[in-house]
Design a protein around this ligand. Structure first.
Ligand SMILES: [Cu+2]
Length: 148
């Protein structure tokens, strides 16, 4: 009786390989959960490796104060996978601009007098990218992220 668990696990594994779900029944349901979790973890890592295209979006923000930032999935972008991204910039001030500089990119997404949203497509290559407000970059109004 005590030895049931490993046997049940083996049976679940065998049942999964055969594609048969009927033979396990009630006794195998708890060990079946463990198998399901392992399977979904594997699926997630395969998805992550196969491409960043599902979340290929970056959000930039500048102003209204002397602030500039780039976020990915709501978090400060520090390390980003190489690829083509939709970059949405919210420019909340008419005294700042948003300028992205890095390998293959030198793009002033918004100009100083512009206020509002601007969306551009950028292709990011491995290296360091700097985003800055040109008039105030020397005062620290800039940031960087790495593309790998
Ligand atoms: Cu500025």
């Amino acid at each position: 009786m005590i030895r049931r668990t490993p046997i049940a696990l083996f049976l679940v594994g065998a049942a999964l390989m055969l594609g048969a779900t009927a033979c396990g029944g009630d006794s195998s349901s708890s060990s079946g959960e463990t198998t399901t979790i392992e399977a979904s973890t594997t699926t997630e890592s395969i998805t992550a490796e196969s491409g960043p295209s599902t979340s290929a979006e970056l959000d930039g923000e500048v102003g209204p104060g002397f602030e500039i930032e780039v976020k990915q999935n709501g978090e400060d972008a520090e390390s980003v996978k190489a690829g083509t991204y939709t970059l949405k910039v919210e420019d909340k001030s008419d005294i700042h601009n948003f300028h992205l500089i890095g390998p293959g990119v030198d793009k002033e997404v918004t100009t100083v007098p512009f206020q509002g949203d601007q969306t551009v497509t950028v292709t990011l290559e491995p290296g360091t990218y700097t985003y800055q407000c040109d008039p105030h970059a020397s005062q620290g109004m800039k940031g960087t992220f790495e593309v790998t």
